[in-house]
Design a protein around this ligand. Structure first.
Ligand SMILES: [Zn+2]
Length: 377
């Protein structure tokens, strides 16, 4: 088994500016300039830990390239691509991809293309048998971006671009997207909402971001009915809720769908220390969730599980969640263990609540709509 790894220094050069966390600075309204919450630090530290732990030496490093305009056009409108480019061409920062919360720094157009292209290269390597699975540690993130608008720090939807590349160029007809970022994978869902060839499954904090999005009744449209699944877990959900969601919803859905490729929108912002959500996962949670997903990928699609980094905003804890994920993906272990394990053990021990159980049960009732023989889109 070989695990691919994509990283590039330019990913850290995507400049999100001086927002006050997530709010654009506005001195006239008393919003003080600070540092944007989606800044390079957590990602830099993830890469450093992967290197310092020795794990990097066990991975197959794959160089990213920039996605072409034609590759982006499989997902995004021409007008939107041109909008991001124009915002990126502005000097001095201040550009935005559409919702006022998605900064486009000078040159970010090219960096976002490098993120999408990194994922394309990983998927291609998996399809060719050069790697079994892989992880793209990219910025900017992508899963909130729709065909025509950037949202929630996301410029181009790298996962969606990679899914279309897999279908169009690599003969991987059925693609499943599992999104365990703490926020709803609304952009990916919207892009494939009427398409039964791409199953989207999002586990997220209910009512978090986007605020009114990702409810259970959002189940696809037209031929795509049944091929969008959402598990909106209540705030405070942790290890038990997410593991039960994996065993009762995600895994059965994947067995029903029988994908040729599994893509993972790999957000670590459901981690217990994250500032942008109120979920309680630990590094051990991510390890166990990954173990389950690797197992199903091995059984269904020759191990082809390709992950794109999405959220994860705790600079000090995200690296340990990411390391646990990547160790499990690569089927190995390093000498580094979660130094916060004793601190977070109490969170992880929190049992399933009736409300969490109800949400998981309601989502599982929709599984019968997924067919192994997918009608053509
Ligand atoms: Zn997120």
């Amino acid at each position: 088994m070989t695990t691919g790894y994509v990283f590039h220094p330019e990913y850290l050069w995507h400049d999100t500016g001086t927002s006050a966390g997530l709010l654009p600075a506005d001195p006239r309204a008393g919003v003080q300039p600070a540092v944007h919450v989606e800044n390079p630090e957590a990602k830099r530290r993830v890469h450093e830990l992967i290197h310092a732990s020795g794990l990097l030496g066990e991975l197959t490093v794959i160089e990213p390239r920039r996605a072409t305009v034609e590759e982006l056009q499989r997902v995004h409108t021409d007008a939107y691509i041109q909008h991001v480019k124009a915002q990126s061409d502005l000097r001095g920062g201040g550009g935005d991809a559409g919702d006022g919360f998605s900064p486009v720094g000078h040159g970010s157009y090219d960096i976002a293309r490098l993120a999408a292209g990194g994922l394309i290269e990983l998927v291609t390597a998996a399809a060719q048998g050069d790697i079994t699975n892989g992880y793209a540690l990219v910025r900017p993130p992508g899963h909130h971006a729709t065909a025509s608008q950037g949202m929630g720090f996301c410029l181009f939807n790298s996962i969606a671009v990679a899914a279309r590349h897999a279908q169009t160029e690599l003969g991987l007809a059925r693609v499943a997207v599992v999104d365990w970022d703490a926020h709803h994978g609304n952009g990916t869902q919207a892009i494939f909402y009427d398409d039964p060839s791409v199953l989207t499954i999002s586990l997220h904090q209910a009512g978090c971001f986007p605020p009114d999005s990702g409810w259970i009744h959002e189940n696809g449209t037209g031929n795509g009915v049944g091929y969008a699944l959402n598990v909106p877990l209540p705030p405070g959900s942790g290890h038990a809720a997410y593991l039960n969601t994996m065993t009762d919803v995600v895994l059965p859905a994947l067995y029903c769908f029988s994908p040729d490729l599994i893509l993972l929108a790999n957000g670590f912002d459901a981690g217990v220390f994250d500032p942008l959500a109120r979920q309680m996962l630990t590094a051990a949670s991510y390890r166990e969730m990954t173990r389950l997903l690797v197992g199903v990928a091995d059984q269904l699609c020759h191990g082809r599980l390709i992950a794109a980094h999405e959220g994860g905003y705790s600079p000090f804890y995200t690296p340990y969640c990411a390391l646990a994920f990547l160790e499990e993906l690569a089927g190995t272990a390093t000498h580094v263990t979660d130094p916060f394990a004793a601190v977070v053990a109490g969170y992880a021990a929190e049992p399933l609540t009736p409300r969490q159980r109800n949400v998981i049960y309601e989502a599982s009732e929709l599984l019968s709509r997924i067919q192994m023989t997918v009608p053509s889109a």
